[in-house]
Design a protein. Structure first.
Length: 383
């Protein structure tokens, strides 16, 4: 079926359609001849003009009858780029022979995944320190969402990675975030609600009785007419944890298109300056500002804190300097008409919170903002 004569090009396959495949569509025939490539991938190549029949352009629906010469320009699978070093600048806050602490910018994916096989923090780390090729996941032990900025620790040795993972499991790693949310939060509190994959959407997480334990402590730093600036401390590290917990609190993070509520932006209650600032803010307002842990070699407690991300500073200043409201313009911002009950991923009611501090309460594929488990340290296929 495949002619491997010298006329074949380095990345081009020369195929002769066998007569027993006559009458089939081109994409179907190719899938039978090239079972290592999915039909959708072959269709994409055909659509891109990378497949010709007897030197003529083709479509997926083109019928073949046998005997035609088909040239297929084989494209490397995008996942083969996952572990290729890339010269991407890193904002390194601290580094020694055991660990590296980096300030990840918003917009950067931490670990390669579907749709993001290159340009990730992992690619940048492999360029910065080639020895990380020998450490599972290039030393990554916890992650942040693509559009969440802030501090991450990376292990530079397997021993350091194992130590950090154990610290994360023991909940001794201290992580502080800053968030700007819609609505007014009046009391500090704790959200202790398990998080699992949303059965209604594979790209989302949700509060779920069958999920993993998730605990977020929050504290009000500044309260404004329609927004609140908050400190959030993680005791656990689940995918999209703060975002899911803030949604459950009915106080979604500003700019969060996945876990926000539709139509909640209170345009009438904002000055034009604040409207512009919110409109120009292109991500969820969440920033990992502080990180503390026991050094995996010396066992000394170390802590790092960075400035608030510049775009969040701009948004915060717009909130601080908005014009005061007149009595006739003032109104209570309420989400009651949008979601009167906390969202649950199953049909069971959640237990009441024991502390009584509140009545009710996290890019694409799920890929970020979670901690590795011990089994994640097993070497993985980097092909």
């Amino acid at each position: 079926m495949i002619d491997a004569t010298p006329q074949s090009l380095s990345n081009t396959l020369t195929l002769i359609i066998p007569h027993d495949l006559g009458g089939l569509r081109l994409d179907v025939a190719l899938q039978k001849m090239l079972p290592d490539h999915s039909r959708s991938r072959l269709q994409a190549w055909i659509k891109s003009g990378l497949v010709t029949i007897d030197a003529n352009p083709s479509t997926s629906k083109t019928k073949v009858w046998g005997g035609e010469q088909v040239l297929v320009q084989v494209q490397a699978k995008p996942e083969t780029q996952a572990y290729i070093p890339e010269d991407i600048p890193l904002d390194i806050v601290y580094e020694d022979e055991h660990i590296l602490v980096v300030n990840k910018p918003a917009g950067m994916v931490v670990h390669p995944a579907a749709g993001n096989w290159s340009g990730t923090l992992l690619n940048a780390l492999l360029f910065h320190e080639p020895k990380l090729h020998d450490v599972p996941r290039a030393g990554i032990v916890h992650r942040l969402d693509k559009d969440t900025s802030g501090l991450l620790v990376v292990a530079k040795t397997l021993a350091a990675q194992t130590n950090l993972v154990r610290q994360l499991q023991a909940r001794t790693v201290k992580r502080e975030y800053r968030a700007i949310i819609w609505g007014q939060i009046w009391r500090n509190g704790i959200i202790d609600q398990p998080i699992g994959r949303d059965p209604r959407s594979r790209t989302k997480m949700a509060i779920s009785r069958s999920g993993k334990s998730a605990v977020t402590r929050y504290e009000v730093l500044e309260r404004f007419s329609v927004q609140t600036y908050m400190r959030c401390n993680l005791e656990t590290g689940r995918t999209h944890q703060i975002r899911v917990h803030m949604q459950h609190l009915k106080a979604p993070i500003v700019g969060d298109l996945v876990y926000g509520f539709r139509g909640i932006v209170p345009i009438r209650a904002m000055t034009q300056t604040l409207r512009d600032a919110v409109g120009q803010f292109g991500r969820q307002a969440l920033h990992a500002i502080k990180l503390g842990l026991l050094h995996p070699d010396t066992d000394e407690f170390m802590e790092w804190q960075i400035e608030l991300a510049d775009d969040m500073k701009v948004l915060l200043e717009a909130m601080r300097y908005e014009d005061p409201h007149t009595e006739e313009d003032d109104f209570e911002l309420s989400f009651g008409g949008l979601q009167t009950e906390p969202y649950l991923a199953d049909e069971d009611d959640e237990d009441d919170e024991e502390d009584g501090d509140f009545d009710d309460l996290e890019d694409g594929d799920i890929d970020q903002d979670d901690d590795l488990d011990a089994e994640d340290l097993e070497p993985e296929d980097k092909a």
